[in-house]
Design a protein around this ligand. Structure first.
Ligand code: SF4
Length: 178
């Protein structure tokens, strides 16, 4: 049984106040997500992206090994052509701090799926072995075949397709806890 009160305090202390708890069975994993990562995404091949991640079946099995999930929302207005990489890096570092704090609280299985494709350094390599920061790089929810749109909507959050170059961007991170 996950002790949510203590974890909620950790989230708050790290400045993370926009989140929802869901059950791991509410995560929707779909093959079409992997197909979209493979055909159509310019990040394909990065160290934390397909094909350098488990298969869709392995991802589904992975989520089945957890009971609780926290979805963290990060909304910000940005120019799609001028993505705020430094801001995104700060979010990533905060999520890594979060994973560490929850681990130390007594949850050895805790794992965070980042709100973006790592992005900790420029010139991301094309395989896991040569990753420049192996201990800190984490995959995104979609890299693990999560249907982010359906999962987020099912949880009661809003998420929008980006239609113009300058509008609110909705990013979500997933914290797996057992
Ligand atoms: S740490 Fe650097 S090399 Fe490794 S996945 Fe992240 S951006 Fe790529």
């Amino acid at each position: 049984m996950v002790r949510k009160e203590k974890l909620n305090t950790i989230f708050k202390n790290l400045g993370l106040i926009d989140y929802k708890w869901i059950n791991s069975s509410d995560i929707i994993v779909s093959t079409w997500v992997r197909v979209k990562c493979t055909f159509g995404c310019s990040d394909y091949g990065l160290s934390v992206c397909p094909p350098n991640v488990p298969s869709v079946k392995e991802c589904r099995d992975f989520f089945g090994e957890y009971s609780s999930v926290v979805l963290f929302r990060f909304n910000f207005v940005a120019d799609k052509e001028n993505y705020p990489e430094d801001y995104s890096k700060e979010i990533t570092k905060g999520l890594l701090d979060l994973e560490r704090e929850v681990f130390l609280e007594g949850f050895p299985k805790v794992f965070v799926l980042n709100q973006t494709c790592c992005g900790l350094c420029s010139g991301c390599v094309k395989n896991r072995i040569d990753c420049k920061n192996l201990s800190k790089s984490r995959p995104s929810p979609e890299a693990f075949a999560i249907d982010v749109f359906s999962t987020i909507k099912k949880a009661g959050f809003e998420i929008n397709v980006i239609k113009t170059t300058h509008q609110e961007i909705n990013r979500y991170a997933v914290l797996m806890i057992e």
